[in-house]
Design a protein around this ligand. Structure first.
Ligand code: PEP
Ligand code: MG
Length: 320
């Protein structure tokens, strides 16, 4: 079985009837990138830059960031690489970004919100992405977006950064993460004019269930398999503007049975932990698109995350 899965790891992700579902990888370092490609990843759907540069005391220069992004893009050898801008705050401080003391950090200045205090740090990162995007299929994604106004603000910073080099590079795709319920519910407005959205199921579950993902007393509640979270995923797929692609880069996509469910909900691309790429592709190959849609319908009708878990376990067991 393991051999059968590995033998086909480098085929593109698709259902049994040939509906394409590209399977990319979440990476944080150049070494990760090499491993991801060897595992069959069709690109990088999430580069966590705050981890890549997390050891630094000072903000990396445009040059240093461009060199790091270019190295990762080279490892991916022509496959797309999506760079997520600094996603700091809440659980993830960085020495070179202001960290306000807050009573509720997860509801405070996180991700894109925090960048209003240091727009020049965001601009430098965007300048680095733009520089690399001239030679590689590198794309950019903004985290922790709640409103269309925040997206407009981010796009202004992007255009400022790109202006120095004559505008946004042709072919560079621009998107946002959907990980706040408001962004999911208003995706039509929030994603207007964007090339893609990528659903962060880790934070989307945390905020939908009002249960902190790192707090073991309540983290079981923050289960992305809860039908309320799946319902938001379905809405994003249904409501995303024409031409805006819908991906998932949250950890839910790394569970092969859940990956099938996501494809059935209408998700067009998955980004998973590198070690799961081959397994996710193998599960997708096991079902038709109609089968995946049927699974999605049944999951949406479940009453709890446990019921969805049981359904996924059932389906995973059935064709073994
Ligand atoms: C998510 O929230 O699902 C996500 C992919 O981002 P992170 O885990 O880095 O917050
Ligand atoms: Mg997140």
């Amino acid at each position: 079985e393991a051999e059968r899965v590995l033998a086909r790891a480098h085929e593109p992700g698709a259902t049994a009837d040939g509906h394409p579902v590209p399977v990319l990888a979440n990476v944080t370092t150049p070494a990760d990138a090499g491993r991801a490609v060897a595992s069959g990843a069709q690109g990088c759907g999430l580069l966590r830059t705050e981890v890549l540069f997390g050891h630094l005391d000072e903000a990396p220069s445009v040059e240093a960031q461009a060199a790091a992004f270019a190295g990762i893009a080279e490892a991916f050898a022509g496959r797309p690489v999506t760079v997520r801008t600094w996603d700091v705050g809440g659980d993830k401080p960085l020495p070179f970004l202001p960290a306000p003391t807050e009573a509720n950090p997860f509801l405070g200045e996180r991700g894109l919100r925090l960048m209003r205090r240091a727009p020049e740090v965001l601009r430098d990162q965007l300048a680095a992405v733009c520089r690399v995007a001239r030679d590689h299929p590198v794309h950019v994604m903004f985290p922790m977006v709640s409103t269309a106004e925040e997206v407009a603000w981010a796009l202004e910073r992007l255009d400022e950064a790109a202006a120095a080099a004559g505008g946004r590079p042709a072919g560079m795709r621009v998107g946002v993460m959907v990980e706040v319920p408001a962004a999911a519910l208003a995706v039509r407005r929030v994603a207007q004019g964007l090339d893609f959205v990528s659903i962060g199921t880790n934070d989307l579950a945390q905020y939908t269930m009002a249960a902190e993902r790192g707090n073991t007393a309540v983290s079981a509640l923050a289960d992305a398999r809860h039908p309320a979270v799946l319902d938001l995923v379905a809405r994003v797929c249904a409501d995303a503007p024409e031409g805006t692609h819908v991906a998932v880069c949250g950890d839910l996509a790394s569970d092969p049975a859940a990956a099938v469910l996501l494809a059935g909900l209408g998700v067009e691309e998955l980004s998973v932990v590198p070690t799961q790429v081959a397994l996710v592709k193998a599960r997708l190959r096991d079902v038709t698109l109609a089968g995946a849609r049927d699974l999605a319908r049944r999951a949406l009708a479940c009453g709890s995350a446990d019921e969805v878990r049981a359904l996924l376990a059932d389906v995973a067991g059935a064709d073994r």
